[in-house]
Design a binder for this molecule. Structure first.
Ligand SMILES: Nc1ncnc2c1ncn2[C@@H]1O[C@H](COP(=O)(O)OP(=O)(O)OP(=O)(O)O)[C@@H](O)[C@H]1O
Length: 283
């Protein structure tokens, strides 16, 4: 569904260049629910903005479904943003209208896209657990409830992919779990592909696959073990970590391993038929 190859994004601010993505490779299967994890400044939002058609990479390739995001006309881009992707941001509620009800808030984007459909708006609010609160004004709802209204709005156009940037960043753990359950339900029932960006490892481990990004590159991948129990299990036990290997055989050795080995920019690599060993060169 999503294929990114050697993605590079360089921001130019005055005379300074910031390399936000440096040759990032990234794939997501159709119907998958996965997370991208990384520290602040690692390039997560940059990647999400590119996937959402809000920004263009400086180099590389990015395909989403039938679309090549680098070869789209303005008209295609509008169509793509309307029909293929839905967005949930951390402070989504900021974009909602406080003196309107939850229901009216969902109906407004419907009107902007064509025509309002009250029945569908009600169904969406019911699906996110707000059946009893839909006639309340937005300012009468809690932060988590407002976030759920925002999720309903993101799903108004029945997108194929939901891009969620820190969707649980400003809510408590219980509300975060509710939000994840909503994503999981849409994922299972409607095949919605969900990509969640977070810096919270405990949230990331509540999905089957987690990609870790560091310095604008994918460095490792955590896959849920087949024998893992429910999603509340200790994340260290439920997922196995793998180092990502790109098409030409490059991998990133964790910095702390290299520091412990006390190596500079050269190592010895040996292959004994079964395993590859990296060691410090002999003096
Ligand atoms: N519009 C911009 N102009 C210049 N530099 C930018 C811009 N957007 C992001 N950057 C820089 O690119 C790098 C990656 O930023 P990005 O927002 O993608 O990181 P992030 O992982 O989402 O961080 P956070 O978790 O703090 O949101 C950072 O060094 C950031 O300062």
């Amino acid at each position: 569904m999503i294929q990114c190859e050697s993605l590079v994004k360089i921001y130019k601010v005055a005379d300074l260049e910031v390399v936000a993505l440096q040759g990032l490779n990234f794939n997501v299967e159709q119907g998958e629910m996965m997370a991208i994890i990384g520290n602040s400044g690692s390039g997560k939002s940059t990647l999400l903005n590119i996937l959402g058609g809000l920004d263009q990479p400086s180099a590389g390739q990015v395909r989403v479904g039938e679309w090549d995001l680098l070869k789209m006309s303005e008209k295609d881009l509008v169509e793509y943003k309307r029909k293929t992707v839905g967005f949930v941001w951390q402070n989504n509620a900021r974009n909602l209208i406080p003196y309107l009800t939850a229901l009216e808030n969902v109906e407004i984007p419907m009107m902007l896209y064509g025509k309002s459909d009250r029945k569908k708006a009600m169904e969406l609010l019911e699906a996110v657990g707000l059946k009893d609160r839909m006639h309340n004004k937005l300012h009468q709802l809690s932060g988590g409830e407002q976030q759920r209204v925002a999720i309903s709005i993101a799903l108004v156009n029945e997108p194929q992919i939901l891009l969620a940037d820190e969707p649980t960043g400003s809510v408590d753990t219980k509300t975060a779990d509710t939000i994840l359950d909503i994503f999981r339900r849409f994922n299972k029932e409607f095949g919605l592909t969900v990509v969640i960006v977070t810096h919270d490892p405990s949230l990331a481990k509540k999905v089957d696959r987690v990609i870790a990004i560091r310095d604008g590159m994918t460095v490792s991948e955590f896959l849920r073990r087949k024998e893992a129990g429910d999603f509340d299990q200790n994340p260290d036990e439920s997922h196995e970590e793998y180092v990502v290997l790109d098409k030409v055989g490059r991998l990133q050795v964790p910095r702390d391993y290299l520091e412990q080995l006390k190596v500079g920019n050269r190592v010895k690599m040996e292959f004994d038929g079964e395993k590859i060993t990296i060691r410090a060169p002999k003096e």
